[in-house]
Design a protein around this ligand. Structure first.
Ligand code: GLY
Ligand code: MN
Ligand code: MN
Length: 436
């Protein structure tokens, strides 16, 4: 569980990185309408959550390094007994100061009046460019207001810059308190996958397996970190399948890609198991290639290794395996060089993982693939997908889609598989499926 001190430490780090003459402006996400007067469940902006823990809509955090009256200003909804009766409690400016550590807090209705004053004297305003056009237009309006006042003109900021560089770098390397959150999120997703494996039976519908997973998440105060993919048979060859409406047939494989968001941190796991509890010879042959590729990729992970190295390890194993089972022909080195494996393995092996499932952070530095550092977390998720209409593949292989995905944290000396408690050995999986 994160504490006020964790958020204060993050703000201090960002204030220090920005330095005097800069300001960071971090607005809340807008509420989005689902239909008519029903909204989507509110998901706060991750940057705002990371810096403040403040989860209400209609808020703006402003960080101004060296500001005498206080470096952390938070605008939020005013208290309003009538609205709170309908929509729930609000912290209000007083709560923003007392509970969230704001140096000064103001009602959000005063934003247009106060923002030009706050930004006056700064050279550069850092902001998450491009994600909130309505807010960006208002920001432009405040800057214009300052420039249009001849007395203030030389105190108006002269540039708006991306906030990503500092903030995303901070989010990329997880502090030990964040790693604890990542472990808890991973443990709950492991638990949910085990439940789903135990409950799987032929003739169930995919959404019924999804329900088992969501049940575990909700039961533990979490939500999904992305819509679960529950894909039986050839549906597994659709990488982002999420209809989850098919009936699962005896003999099908079931690919489940599901993770949770617990206390703001995401997990992301994929396992592929046989609906009947037993892999066919062809399914097992493909499964063992993906498993070997995934293990080889994870084995490479330690500080200093490039983020693409696990992918290269996976590509080598998958290419050799596809040749062994007759789906590729030729010299392995040439098949790798020419990308022949892409017909069957068309995505990357890893993405950053953190508060967002596809977390922020550059994949390159200085034109080179990023080197892993302790505290970075990513997924390792190779797969093989043999299209149902691939007439070059023997019939028994067509429509097989297999992915195996774990969450890995880089440590000082190697790595920690956060989701390592979930079986992936095919015999262990067969023993679990349908057992509960
Ligand atoms: N669940 C999305 C992904 O694995 O990247
Ligand atoms: Mn996934
Ligand atoms: Mn993933």
């Amino acid at each position: 569980m994160l504490k006020a001190e964790d958020f204060a430490r993050r703000r201090r780090a960002l204030l220090g990185a920005l330095g005097r003459g800069c300001a960071a402006v971090v607005p809340a996400s807008p509420v989005r309408v689902r239909s008519r007067d029903v909204d989507y469940p509110y998901r706060p902006d991750t940057n705002l959550l990371y810096l403040t823990g403040f989860a209400e809509p209609e808020a703006v955090a402003v960080l101004v390094p060296g500001r005498d009256e206080g470096e952390f200003v938070l605008f939020c909804r005013d208290r309003d007994p009538e609205r709170e009766h309908w929509d729930g409690k609000r912290a209000g400016p007083e709560g923003a100061e007392k509970q969230y550590g704001a140096d000064c807090a103001y009602p959000i209705g005063q934003l247009d009046e106060f923002m030009p004053k706050l930004l006056k004297g700064c050279d550069t305003v850092h902001y998450d460019l491009g994600n909130n056009p309505a807010f960006e237009a208002r920001l432009g309006g405040w800057l214009k207001k300052l420039r249009d006042q001849s007395k203030e003109r030389n105190k108006a900021p002269v540039q708006v810059a991306a906030l990503d560089y500092y903030l995303h770098e901070m989010r990329l390397c997880k502090h030990s308190t964040e790693l604890d959150c990542m472990r808890s999120s991973a443990a709950l997703a492991v638990d949910a996958h085990k439940r789903a494996m135990r409950r799987t039976r032929p003739d169930m519908y995919e959404y019924q397996v999804e329900a088992e997973i969501i049940y575990r998440f909700k039961r533990n105060g979490a939500t999904h970190s992305y819509p679960p993919i529950v894909a039986s048979g050839a549906n597994a060859c659709i990488l982002h399948y999420k209809e989850n409406v098919s009936r699962m047939r005896d003999g099908d494989l079931l690919l489940v890609d599901a993770g949770c968001e617990l206390e703001g941190y995401a997990s992301d796991i994929t396992r592929t198991w046989p609906v009947s509890g037993a892999y066919s010879a062809e399914q097992r042959a493909v499964y063992e290639i993906v498993l070997e590729a995934q293990r080889a990729a994870i084995d490479t992970m330690e500080p200093g290794v490039a983020i693409l190295d696990p992918h290269h390890a996976a590509v080598g194993v998958i290419t050799r395996g596809l040749k062994r089972i007759g789906l590729l022909e030729g010299k392995v080195s040439e098949l790798v060089r020419d990308g022949a494996y892409r017909e069957f393995f068309m995505h990357r092996t890893s993405h950053w993982l953190g508060m967002d499932v596809h977390d922020v952070g550059d994949y390159e530095a200085g034109g080179e693939p990023r080197r892993l550092e302790p505290g970075m977390c990513c997924t390792v998720e190779p797969g093989i997908y043999i299209a149902p209409d691939n007439s070059n593949a023997p019939k028994a292989f067509r429509g097989i889609g297999i992915r195996i995905e774990d969450d890995v944290a880089v440590t000082d000396s190697g790595h920690e598989v956060l989701t390592g408690a979930l079986p992936k050995d095919p015999d262990e999986i067969e023993a679990l499926v349908g057992s509960g």
